[in-house]
Design a protein around this ligand. Structure first.
Ligand SMILES: *Cc1c(COP(=O)(O)O)cnc(C)c1O
Length: 235
């Protein structure tokens, strides 16, 4: 078992990130169980993911519905108990597929998507957990609801759909300090009584834990650099 868990560079990376999360939780006096590590496997294939599954990692994130569909049904058949998170933008014509593929959809960001996900959930009987993505930097090219429109979107979900929103996700602008964005997301979650905060990636997950993250999304610090570079404007 011990040997298996170091069977690839990625599984060594995983142990390292888990240890850093543990240490940061201890340093800031949070229970270790209060932070979940989402291992972001976009652009990596089954051969790179399997060692992590063998090492006991069960929570993964993908940013594209199509890519998740190509990889995860087979992996799920081999490893039960996987929780797969959609962390990339969702189009309404992909809502039905997203609802069947993912256990958590973190990127609801407008009424049209909320309606499509609601309809897909009713049709399929599936009930993924749901977060709203907030565009804390109000970047025009980035998905997410602007902070001042979050209240209206939450009201819409509550009044016009059956969706239960549990938390918020943000991706701070690449060229800015992350802390004001993490603070804003935390403040919005408190204001609206939401428990889950998905924030923090390879470069800033420890800061995010200090600032209240309940999910951190870590890819390259586990797997190494992605072969195809995803432009920061599209993530
Ligand atoms: C790719 C991606 C991540 C992981 O980024 P790393 O810097 O490789 O850790 C986290 N969140 C989202 C939304 C992503 O698209």
């Amino acid at each position: 078992m011990e040997r298996d868990s170091f069977a690839s560079p990625a599984s060594a990376g995983l142990q390292n990130i888990r240890a850093r999360i543990q240490r940061m939780c201890r340093d800031v006096g949070r229970p270790e169980k209060s932070v979940e590590l989402i291992c972001v496997s976009k652009n990596f294939g089954a051969e790179e993911i399997v060692p992590l599954l063998a090492a006991g990692q069960t929570i993964f994130g993908e940013n594209r519905v199509q890519e998740a569909k190509e990889k995860w049904p087979q992996l799920r058949a081999l490893y039960p108990g996987i929780s797969l998170h959609l962390i990339g933008p969702l189009q309404s014509n992909k809502a039905a597929e997203a609802v069947t593929l993912f256990d958590v959809i973190e990127t609801i960001d407008r009424p049209k998507i909320a309606v499509a996900v609601d309809a897909a959930m009713q049709a399929s009987g599936k009930k993924p957990r749901l977060f709203i993505q907030v565009n804390t930097g109000e970047e025009p090219q980035k998905a997410g609801v602007p902070p001042r429109e979050l209240g209206a979107l939450l009201s819409f979900c509550r009044e016009e759909t059956r969706l239960e929103i549990e938390g918020l996700l943000c991706i701070p602008p690449v060229d800015q300090l992350a802390s004001p964005h993490f603070a804003l997301l935390n403040q919005l979650a408190r204001e609206f009584g939401l428990k889950e905060l998905s924030m923090g990636m390879s470069d800033d997950f420890e800061l995010a834990i200090q600032m209240g993250a309940t999910k951190v999304r870590v890819g390259s610090a586990i797997f190494g650099e992605r072969r195809v570079k995803i432009s920061p404007t599209t993530i």
